[in-house]
Design a protein around this ligand. Structure first.
Ligand code: PLP
Length: 397
């Protein structure tokens, strides 16, 4: 009998487990469309030129590494706040928005969850059905009961918007609603601007607590365009939370660069909120890392580098869109009878392909094409070399 005899083996993470299986696969044609990572047309993880430029500056003028303040790199926090709300926007100039550095977008979500749990311990959390794998467990681990609101309609190949509104209308006041600000993961289906207006109206009327997860700003239509939804919540006079991730938009996955922003009613209130966010951070990991946040802050705060970033991000966005079209055309050419054009109406890095679990398992086992059992494929991992093979494999299943 050891101290840990009673410890049970936890299930493997569905996505990371798929990665392990992919790495062990000896099929020379294997393609990994499982994990949400952007690869360039050569199948390589990009290291952006704007990032390299800053890292060169950093090695040319090396700096000592003292502790950061609890809320992170000040220049980073203010740059992220500007990106989320608009640099000259009222929430920023009035001082009623606060932004703290987080350990990736996940860290931003977790700080927000811990803060909300202390604020309203009995609130429930609603996430979309389906949602990013980690949302449910993250909020459960923060102590919340997590339920879902209707979102995906498989038969319609789109959003069950009526169902979504009905779920939100039925939620108790104070319910925390986790909304994907853009590029919904895993379905690839976003609601329209007019539908967002209706969601904002229900959130306001029902007194719900909106928590916007923005992990893909710039991957949909552009940085400003994707951020427009934030402006709708601001215009409605709501207080809300936003988590930001730069994992994908800066291709800085392993540096864990993210943030949490909270829009408060006044500057004075923002000061109190910030003091509580700092306690959440301090008691979890004390203070964040220097490197990634310094890179992102320098890019965002240097006009030439920022322009370079926007252009590099634009290239990623355009390439994903081109791959969506190639996928649709390639499937048709490979003999798929069904109309697959819905793939081009999806947005962001993922496509809910509509393939069944059996088909996804066959794709993996017989062809070495890896997506999740739910039929989700990462379109951002397709390239001019693997697309024909992927289309032919899908046609065969
Ligand atoms: N939220 C959503 C919707 C995501 O898809 C992801 C990453 O896949 C995250 C949050 C987490 O981002 P990060 O890797 O920066 O923690």
């Amino acid at each position: 009998m050891s101290l840990f005899t009673a410890v049970e083996m936890a299930p493997r993470d569905p996505i990371l487990g798929l990665n392990e299986q992919f790495n062990a696969d000896t099929n020379p044609n294997k393609v990994n469309l499982g994990v949400g990572v952007y690869f360039d047309d050569n199948g390589k993880l990009p290291l952006l030129a704007c990032v390299q430029a800053v890292e060169k500056q950093m090695t040319d003028a090396p700096k000592p590494r003292g502790y950061l303040p609890i809320d992170g790199v000040a220049a980073y926090d203010s740059a992220v706040k500007g990106l989320v709300f608009g640099a000259d926007s009222e929430p920023v100039t009035s001082g009623r928005a606060v932004t703290v550095q987080g350990i990736g977008g996940t860290g931003g979500l977790k700080i927000g969850a811990d803060f909300l749990k202390k604020l309203n311990p009995t609130a429930k959390v609603l996430i979309s059905d389906p949602s990013w794998e980690n949302h449910r467990a993250l909020f459960q681990n923060a102590g919340f009961e997590v339920d879902s609101y209707a979102y995906y309609d498989a038969a319609k190949r789109g959003v069950n918007f009526e169902g979504m509104l009905a779920s939100l209308n039925a939620a108790a006041a104070g319910t925390i609603v986790v909304l994907h600000a853009c590029c919904h993961n895993p379905t690839g289906y976003d609601i329209t601007a007019a539908e967002w207006d209706q969601v904002v109206a229900v959130v306001k009327a029902r007194n719900l607590t909106p928590f916007l997860d923005m992990a893909y700003q710039g991957f949909g239509y552009g940085i400003k365009e994707d951020g427009a939804v934030i402006g709708k919540f601001v215009a409605a006079g709501l207080s809300f939370l936003v988590s930001t991730s730069f994992s994908k938009s800066f291709s800085l996955y392993g540096e864990r660069v993210g943030a949490l922003s909270v829009l408060c009613e006044s500057k004075e209130e923002a000061g109190r909120v910030l003091s509580q966010l700092k306690i959440c951070i301090r008691t979890n990991y004390s203070n964040p890392q220097i490197h990634g946040a310094t890179v992102v802050a320098t890019v965002l705060n240097t006009p030439e580098l920022r322009a370079q970033w926007e252009s590099e991000l634009g290239e990623m966005r355009v390439r994903i869109k081109a791959m969506r079209q190639k996928l649709v055309d390639g499937l048709k050419a490979a003999g798929v009878q069904q109309d697959m054009s819905f793939i081009t109406s999806q947005i962001g890095m993922f496509s809910y392909s509509g393939l069944s679990k059996d088909q996804m398992v066959r794709l993996r086992n017989e062809f070495g094409v890896y997506g999740t059992d739910t039929g989700r494929m990462c379109v951002a991992a397709l390239n001019s070399k693997n697309i024909d093979y992927v289309c032919a494999s899908i046609a065969k299943v």
